[in-house]
Design a protein. Structure first.
Length: 400
């Protein structure tokens, strides 16, 4: 399959931002140049929820948030591996070249050591050419398995054919289309993809519904060019429709180049034109870069607007803990997911069904200022949301 540089370069850039979101995204309070460009109404779509939504929707959302306010206790996988896990396997990790993706190698190496395997990294770069070259380089080395993060599967379609021919399984982290593992024989699994991202969106909506007592005017900023990011918005809208008949949503699709540049000013312009909008929902938390500073400069106070987002990084968590406009975010289980990659591959090499791992629910946690005392570490620090995830995986692998 051929690809268009013009089409995929902006998408790749935002996937990089998305990894800063999933891993160590940031949002700051530094002054940002404020854009005077208002959001075009042509890009905004109103969503009016179903007035037949259940009357107990607020109570349901509050119960959901209460559960999410405590750190999860399980990784979600419960079935031990039955077959013998072979030792000596070599895993190569090909990430997009952004820090929050490349840093994941440390967690892969830790888990690989537990299995008697090795894990190494080959950077996938930032351009389609770099990504294709990295996949070609790794294919020549013939590792036992490949894991890739942040690289759209469509960019490396031809290279995946080579991995299929060589019998080398590839695991993606959410950057393949729906059911790619069923349609492309080279792809063993595509983890933390559409369904779990959809769930993240429902939890974001639960927080808004609970906080507003079921009467929120919301502006939702989406990035539909990336399917998995768009899935967050689908989940958000579905939960609002289900649980909040008095809520309204204005949906705005963001251009990739505006994130961290023009978007803060655009948000300010929207809120000035719509002062009854109190809730700003962001499909990826990197959209918050520069927003607190822009809001403060515009004289809009934290009491007037509340930002909720998906997959926060340290900068976002610092703002949440301080109540600095960003007030809630649903987590990305970073460390736990890297060991899940290894669990999937261990099951594959042991001759087991991988479904107990790929179909298992993911752990989630809702960061809020109110539950800071429940956090597993300092806002700027990196820590797992399931404190004993290593112990749980070791038990599944017969290493306990």
């Amino acid at each position: 399959m051929k690809y268009s540089h013009k089409k995929w370069l902006p998408v790749v850039a935002v996937i990089g931002l998305g990894f800063a979101t999933w891993g160590c995204g940031s949002s700051d309070t530094a002054d940002q140049p404020e854009s005077t460009e208002a959001i075009s109404e042509d890009t905004a779509v109103d969503t009016v929820p179903d007035t037949d939504a259940p009357v107990d929707g607020v109570a349901l959302s509050k119960a959901s948030i209460e559960t999410l306010s405590a750190l999860p206790t399980t990784i979600g996988i419960t079935e031990p591996i039955k077959g013998t896990i072979p030792s000596g396997k070599k895993l190569v990790y090909i990430p997009i070249n952004v820090p929050s993706a490349t840093e994941l190698i440390q967690f892969l190496k830790e888990g690989a050591t537990e299995l008697g395997w090795t894990a190494e990294m080959v950077s996938g770069g930032l351009t389609p050419e770099d990504m294709k070259a990295a996949f070609a380089q790794v294919l020549k080395a013939k590792p036992d398995a490949v894991f890739t993060a942040g690289i759209p599967s469509v960019v490396v379609t031809e290279e995946l054919d080579g991995f299929k021919a060589a019998g080398i399984p590839v695991v993606f982290l959410g950057t393949g289309p729906v059911d790619i593992e069923k349609t492309n024989p080279a792809v063993l699994a595509n983890i933390y993809a559409h369904s779990p991202q959809n769930v993240s969106g429902t939890y974001m909506a639960d927080w808004v519904i609970a906080d507003s007592e079921g009467a929120a005017n919301i502006v939702y900023y989406d990035f539909t060019a990336v399917e998995t990011v768009a899935a967050v918005g689908v989940g958000f809208a579905s939960k609002v429709t289900e649980n909040c008949p008095k809520c309204t949503i204005k949906n705005i699709d963001v251009a990739g180049g505006d994130i961290g540049t023009a978007l803060p000013g655009q948000i300010v312009s929207y809120l000035r034109a719509n002062p009854d909008t109190k809730y700003v929902a962001l499909s990826i938390s990197d959209m918050a870069i520069g927003v607190p500073g822009a809001l403060a400069d515009a004289g809009i106070t934290p009491e007037q607007v509340r930002i909720v987002e998906a997959n926060p990084g340290p900068g976002n968590r610092v703002n949440i803990a301080a109540g600095n406009y960003e007030v809630a975010a649903v987590s990305f289980p970073k460390q736990e997911n890297m060991w899940r990659v290894l669990d999937i591959l261990a099951r594959h090499f042991a001759g087991d069904d991988i479904a107990p791992s790929t179909s298992a629910p993911y752990p989630y946690f809702m960061f809020t200022q109110e539950n800071v005392t429940n956090w597993g570490g300092e806002p700027k620090a990196e820590w797992s949301i399931v404190p004993d995830y290593k112990t749980q995986y070791r038990a599944l692998w017969g290493k306990g």
